[in-house]
Design a binder for this molecule. Structure first.
Ligand code: URA
Length: 439
């Protein structure tokens, strides 16, 4: 069936509903190069403003899923699981999760993404490890999951090419924050992995695409519904992203934070206890993954298993082995050579962070991309010296800017100078995990 793309853009602009054939025409035409970027961008903006119905979102997900291969891990004889986050600042949990959950006997075939908007991406972090190959062939990927239990790769041309292309276009056309587009993006690529269970980290707050807990809850319900309609078990944690997770934001420095947690040793002068929020979220997500994958009878038991693997050092062994298998040399993880401190301009308590601005400042330093063709400085990033609710005096250090040179420091410093609210009253800081939604 053929349509005029401009007519379909007009239809969505008018807030009407597409049928599945129209979505197939748009998505498949875009992937094939028949529909140009400017028409797809206009359609995405129309979706951004007018949304999609539930069944339309399920159709979009299935059309995107079928744009490439769908993997099958049934030969493993055990349920395979994965986790996906809706995107945050300093969120490095995936790096630990894949090997940790595999060490609990639950296979994790993880296809990860790059940074999107102000948020970081697992692939960019892994690529900061010299030699790490995120470009395994699908055959190598399957073999590693089979023999080792976990592998992390980037999206290939064969897996969900529609998401790969649409994701890149959304990133540069201000059309990321749309619930149906987020749902179809996340679920199409995760369903293509051939997993049986998925744990979602649905973030809300100043550094998330969903700013309120209500929006995050609605998104989680929709994502879980799409999973269920494809016969998958999906659990969701709603988590606070109103401050960067952990202490480091960037690529190599986030890997460094993970290694510190796994080895229980300091990183760049910070004790592992200072990464308590990263550790807590990782263990919660791991517990849910282990439970969904049948490795523990309850969520709590899954968390206890994950915690045991972390303290025994088995999670570290698994992480180091995963890096080795994919060619990564952790001994050569680069460290920042240039640094500048950003000081507090008032005394009081940290009452709020504009985490989105902090993510954008990390990009200005070279830790992320403004255009898909930009190259990343693997050691660029930010160290946060205070968490929400901490006290600080005027002139004390709030952030340290990190990099291989001081290029971008002035712009990042200007951005960070208005990224924190300091108040005289100590704020009440809610718990990191806001809600747990289970299938
Ligand atoms: N993560 C994704 O994979 N896609 C989105 O659209 C947003 C977050």
């Amino acid at each position: 069936m053929s349509y005029f793309p401009a007519e379909l853009i007009k239809k969505k602009r008018a807030g009407r509903t597409h049928d599945r054939r129209e979505l197939e025409f748009l998505v498949n035409g875009f992937v094939a190069g028949d529909i140009p970027d400017y028409q797809m961008a206009a359609w995405l903006m129309a979706v951004y403003f007018n949304g999609m119905t539930g069944p339309e979102t399920v159709d979009l997900t299935s059309v995107m899923l079928r744009s490439g291969r769908v993997l099958d891990f049934s030969s493993l004889g055990r349920p395979a699981v994965d986790k996906h986050s809706t995107g945050g600042v300093g969120d490095k949990t995936s790096l630990i999760l894949a090997p940790l959950v595999a060490a609990a006997g639950v296979p994790v075939p993880m296809i990860a993404g790059r940074g999107l908007g102000h948020t970081g991406g697992t692939l960019d972090k892994l690529e900061a490890i010299p030699g790490f190959r995120i470009g395994l062939s699908l055959d190598e990927f399957k073999k590693q999951v089979d023999s080792f239990g976990a592998a992390i790769i980037g999206q290939t041309a064969e897996i969900c090419p529609a998401d790969k292309r649409i994701y890149a276009l959304r990133d540069v056309t201000a059309t990321v924050e749309s619930q149906p587009l987020i749902c179809a993006s996340i679920m199409s690529k995760k369903l293509a992995e051939g997993i049986d269970g998925l744990v979602l980290d649905v973030k809300h707050g100043s550094g998330a695409f969903m700013k309120t807990v209500e929006q995050a809850d609605e998104l989680a319900t929709k994502l879980m519904g799409i999973g269920a309609s494809h016969g998958k078990k999906v659990a969701a944690l709603l988590t606070r992203m109103d401050e960067p997770l952990g202490r480091f934001i960037g690529n190599a420095v986030e890997v460094g934070e993970c290694v510190a947690i796994l080895k229980n040793e300091p990183y760049l002068g910070r004790a592992p206890s200072e990464f308590a929020d990263t550790t807590e979220l990782t263990l919660e997500l791991a517990g849910a993954m282990i439970w969904l994958g049948g490795g523990a009878p309850t969520l709590e038991a899954g968390r206890a298993t994950a915690s045991g693997l972390l303290t025994s050092g088995e999670a570290w062994e698994a992480f180091a082995a995963l890096c080795r298998r994919q060619g990564g040399d952790l001994d050569r993880l680069p460290v920042p050579t240039a640094r500048v401190e950003v000081k507090a301009r008032a005394s009081g308590y940290v009452a709020a962070f504009d985490a989105e601005k902090i993510g954008l400042a990390a990009i200005a330093l070279g830790g992320g991309r403004l255009k898909t063709t930009d190259t990343i400085d693997p050691v660029a990033g930010i160290e946060t010296h205070r968490k929400l609710g901490d006290g600080i005096r005027e002139g004390e250090t709030l952030f340290t800017l990190l990099g291989s040179s001081s290029s971008g420091f002035a712009q990042a410093e200007a951005m960070l100078s208005s990224a924190t609210t300091i108040s005289l009253q100590k704020p009440v800081v809610p718990s990191l995990i806001t809600r747990r939604k289970v299938p």
